[in-house]
Design a protein around this ligand. Structure first.
Ligand SMILES: [Zn+2]
Length: 228
């Protein structure tokens, strides 16, 4: 008998969640409170849309490009995901050489496990300021060679190391721009929780559920993996 289970690959979002430096800290403030004599509880939530585990759509870096709500449910379900373990330390990039000998033609989503997710608990400052990323060359290679890949995810706060804005622009634009040799623009999931999953796990399906927010480029999301 095949045992199948679900695992959440996204982090919960709270006022103490680490967010990319430069973003506003999440604020979750009780509004109506039973404690204070109100009839019910409600809270006011102020969160920048790239906080916590979130999915970047092309509109993040390209004006007028697709926003996350323009994707259908089918677009956000990946039936052939692969997890690739490429252990990276501070500020290192995933390069073409890390993926060159992988046959990726049967997959629709790559989750890169760099191992850096462990620092989110252990050393949050390191997690936010020394994160590894994916080189623009590796992104271009994937887009040119494997039009079947629709989404990249990483267990790091961003696909580009903190503080190098030129590289951040280059990596994101390479993922999002139209190009004759490229397939469809990619979706990017950042700040994934891959602590409890490895390339030994067979992931059958990934379901990404972004907050259904209108008029924003990208959104925080839940990521659920079906594992067999
Ligand atoms: Zn983002």
């Amino acid at each position: 008998m095949i045992i199948m289970y679900y695992q959440t690959l996204s982090y919960s979002l709270g006022k103490n969640s680490p967010v990319h430096i430069g973003l506003k800290k999440p604020v979750i403030k009780p509004n109506y409170q039973i404690d204070l004599g109100d009839g019910y509880n409600t809270s006011i939530i102020t969160i920048e849309n790239h906080s916590g585990t979130h999915i970047d759509a092309p509109g993040h870096f390209i004006e007028g490009a697709k926003k996350i709500m323009e994707y259908s449910t089918d677009d956000l379900i990946f039936k052939n995901p692969i997890i690739i373990e490429v252990i990276k330390d501070g500020r290192e990039l995933i390069n073409i050489s890390d993926i060159q000998n992988q046959n990726l033609k049967d997959y629709d989503c790559i989750l890169f496990k760099t191992g850096f997710c462990r620092f989110r608990e252990e050393d949050v400052d390191k997690y936010l300021t020394s994160n590894p990323g994916i080189s623009p060359e590796a992104i271009a290679y994937i887009r040119e060679e494997f039009h079947n890949i629709r989404c990249l995810g990483i267990d790091s706060i961003s696909i580009s190391p903190y503080g190098d804005s030129e590289l951040a622009i280059k990596s994101h634009i390479t993922a999002f721009k139209d190009g004759t040799s490229f397939g469809e623009p990619l979706l990017l999931i950042e700040d994934l929780d891959l602590n409890n999953i490895s390339s030994q796990n067979k992931i059958k399906k990934i379901i990404v559920c972004p907050w259904q927010l209108e008029d924003v480029d990208s959104a925080p999301c839940s990521v659920i993996a079906e594992i067999i």
